[in-house]
Design a protein around this ligand. Structure first.
Ligand code: GLC
Length: 440
């Protein structure tokens, strides 16, 4: 057996370990529920060897859809071991949440369309049509919800109300905004009195992973305090915006949305289904609105504060994501790939770091403030390919697979040394490795 098939087999084993039958947990120890974009990456990996199981993964996500179209970022396992996690969210406070299971009250990057299409590509034409027919309405409902609820001024950019929604929890742009606008006094006090060590004693995540590799105690408290504010408004975005006015038009999310919209239209065309005209117009607006996120002074894209419209000029991995959107000019794509080539920015030995090496935020194993993650590498590789940077894409694919081969299926990696960090046997790392290797 060659090296590649050994690695594929090892990756499949990881996915098997985390398979609970109808969905796959990101990690048995650390994340014992179903997560939205994790399951999409998992389905993309599974599609390479078991399309039925990949379909089931997606159908489980759809099973958690709210009646207003929202797809929650977490669907809680029914097992009593972790029942308290659902109580933190109390999704039942919203009239739109499903009755038969408990979920979170926020969403995550809209990778669903990509996963659906990747599965579709592995099927015969007849099977593909039937698959698309099964999932089209929920997918359309999700995109309609994104535009109706999350783009209240019809700007073309959807807004997020919690950093968990962008999937990059403690990423610098979100953390700096939260720090300046939404830190409750009691968290500031804990910070000032340096009492974070007490909080760390109470944390569950640090039982599995060393505290330096997780969001700091202050960051974790801030994330939970925002969640509590959202819960008090029963996850109703109108009320949330009236009361807290904290929202971000997130670069990663909107870049993924542009690609997802394209997929949605392709799916509709394949099965001759109508997408409402107004929705198509809103989708088109997103492509042009992305350009408002470009900063000509620093030559990169950023997320934007929804209220002030100020760009949040804290560089992060999000700067790479317009490549995946695939609709930017060659000139801007060149600027992005130059950052990727620069060792002091996004091009260390084991790229792509979640924050640039020269950022004051950079911590080599600090969760989304430095480490290399395989799902974002997958998105960047795909974007590079589609934008015509084939040798960049191949090089990044090669180094990603090498890293996993060398260090194992970890949650993330130190981008300077390649050392593993976070939890072992992490599902999306395994899934995207299968996908990258299956293309070789
Ligand atoms: C963390 C990550 C998020 C992921 C989740 C489950 O919250 O930041 O992107 O979906 O864990 O793996």
């Amino acid at each position: 057996m060659d090296k590649h098939s050994d690695l594929i087999n090892a990756a499949r084993e990881v996915l098997d370990i985390n398979d609970l039958g109808s969905y796959t947990v990101p990690s048995r120890e650390l994340y014992p529920h179903q997560w939205l974009w994790d399951s999409c990456f998992i389905a993309i990996g599974l599609a390479n060897y078991d399309t039925d199981r990949a379909k089931t993964e997606i159908l489980s996500l759809i099973n958690g859809q709210w009646s207003n179209g929202m797809l929650p970022n977490v669907i809680f396992a029914k097992s009593s071991d972790h029942s308290k996690d659902a109580d933190i969210w109390k999704s039942w406070l919203s009239p739109f949440s499903p009755d038969h299971l408990s979920t979170s009250g926020i969403t995550q990057p809209p990778m669903l369309a990509e996963a659906i299409v990747r599965i579709g590509q592995k099927l015969s034409i007849a099977e593909r049509r039937s698959w698309y027919r099964t999932v089209f309405k929920p997918l359309l409902a999700y995109h309609s919800w994104l535009y109706n609820e999350r783009d209240p001024h019809q700007e073309g950019l959807v807004l997020l109300v919690h950093p968990w929604e962008c999937g990059l929890d403690n990423t610098p742009p979100w953390m700096s905004e939260l720090h300046s606008h939404l830190m409750p006094w009691w968290i500031r006090l804990i910070e000032k009195l340096r009492l974070d060590w007490v909080i760390n004693l109470l944390r569950r995540d640090t039982r599995h992973v060393s505290v330096e590799q997780r969001p700091s105690a202050i960051e974790a408290l801030t994330l939970f305090s925002v969640q509590k504010r959202l819960m008090r408004k029963a996850y109703n975005v109108d009320k949330i915006l009236t009361h807290s006015l904290f929202a971000i038009e997130d670069l990663t999310f909107n870049s993924i949305l542009i690609r997802a919209n394209e997929h949605l239209l392709d799916i509709a065309k394949t099965i001759k289904e109508e997408v409402p005209k107004e929705l198509i117009q809103q989708m088109e607006k997103t492509e042009s609105a992305l350009e408002q996120l470009w900063d000509p002074y620093t030559n990169q894209y950023y997320s934007r504060n929804f209220v002030t419209h100020d760009l949040i000029k804290e560089p992060s991995i999000a700067a790479m994501m317009p490549l995946y959107a695939g609709v930017i000019s060659k000139d801007k794509a060149d600027k992005i790939t130059q950052m990727l080539e620069n060792k002091r920015l996004f091009g260390p030995a084991y790229p792509v770091p979640s924050a640039p090496i020269n950022s004051p935020w950079f911590r080599a194993t600090g969760y989304w403030q430095g480490p290399t993650w395989m799902n974002t590498n997958w998105l960047i590789i795909d974007g590079l390919h589609r934008m015509g940077y084939t040798s960049h894409a191949d090089a990044l694919s090669e180094v990603s697979v090498e890293l996993v081969n060398r260090s194992g299926f970890y949650e993330y990696y130190d981008p300077t040394t390649g050392d593993p960090a976070g939890i072992d046997n992490f599902s999306w790392t395994a899934a995207v490795t299968v996908d990258l290797l299956s293309k070789k």
